[in-house]
Design a protein around this ligand. Sequence first.
Ligand SMILES: *Cc1c(COP(=O)(O)O)cnc(C)c1O
Length: 434
Amino acid sequence: MPSAIPPSPVWHPFTQHGLNEPIPHVVRAEGALLHLADGRTLIDGISSWWVTTHGHCEPRIAAAIARQASTLDQLIFAAYTHGPAEEVAHGLIAMAPHAPGQPELAHVFYSDSGSTAVEVALKMALGYWHNLALDGVAKARNRILVLEHGYHGDTIGAMSIGERGVYNAAWTPLLFDVGTVPFPAPGREQACLDALDTACAQHPAAFIVEPLLLGAGGMLLYPAWVLREMAAICRRHGVLFIADEVMTGWGRTGTLFACEQAAIVPDIMAVAKGITGGAIPLAATLATAPIFEAHRSTDRARLFYHSSSYTANAIACAAAAANLAIWREEDVPGRIATVSQGMAQRLEQLATHPAFANPRQLGAVAAIELVAADAGYLSDLAPRLRAFFLEHGLLLRPLGNTIYLMPPYCVDARQLDAIFAALHAAGDMFGAHP
Ligand SMILES: *Cc1c(COP(=O)(O)O)cnc(C)c1O
């Protein structure tokens, strides 16, 4: 009797195990390529879910991790510190968005994922108002304003401030109430800003946005002037402005951080994903001096009550330090510009295919909608496309009928050709035929 392969005990995220879809086994990665156990290779068209920036197994980052792993691996971070955490904090403050006349991001709180960086941002915002209320200088505020179609992670607080849908329906009873500002779709920008202005007049604690580009919400873009106005409205009303740069950070939108394009400095900024170049988990929440000062006191009760075991893990911080050095010393913006131009040319060509509509791009992120032949199978179009791309040697993960590309910056012209050839083929296969 041939011995049966025992079923894997691994429970995968965002995976319906009942569908028995193939689960590729990856053994090695380099640059924009994933090598599978069966010998095939895939081009990683979405940077392994938006984290890999320069490329997989970037040598400087890999070396920094190896060095740190045998020097200092992990340290309690409550009232202890280490070199890599200090170095990265200084680096983040220096590289964070600056704008004349606006308060600077001056403090760095570490955590482990985008979701926790966002949770920390919310806790900082409410802690700020709580402590101002203790001082009797302001009323406590606790309402959070969010942008329609937003996504900020999958923990309870992060789900609460994100778009509601099938993906969080089971937990609705646990989610807190928020105020939602309509998305500034083309032609609806002023309506969005007016709604924000009205909502801000009711003294919410903070407004949180993904600057310029809403990722999980469908790769939706809005202009820099709208982002700039949003920040100005919040400032006018004394509402804290929180930028979730978890996905937009580290060059994805063409600049290191998306906020730069609007010349704004948020009061609180969450970063994660590409902070280590995508090699190892780390996140940070940056805050201006007033947020920090509201927690600083001789009173222990006012300290910032948040920690996780691996806060500022030294190996992760060493990887981040290497990533920051790459940004300082190498022409990363040049590489991003090359990828951006390469995608723009090919996207323009793809948009002439009758199956595609609404092409859009910002920096090294491109998206387009596939107009499906049969709207009836729109619901399972994404998994069908995923399987189709896998067969074509491509890791892509469409959002419904929105196909997007977010490759590592080392992706080359030949690989872009292969990606776009597969997109054309997908249009032929699945697209509406006029
Ligand atoms: C991915 C993402 C998060 C969550 O980050 P995780 O590291 O997956 O927890 C939060 N906000 C935005 C905008 C994201 O794209």
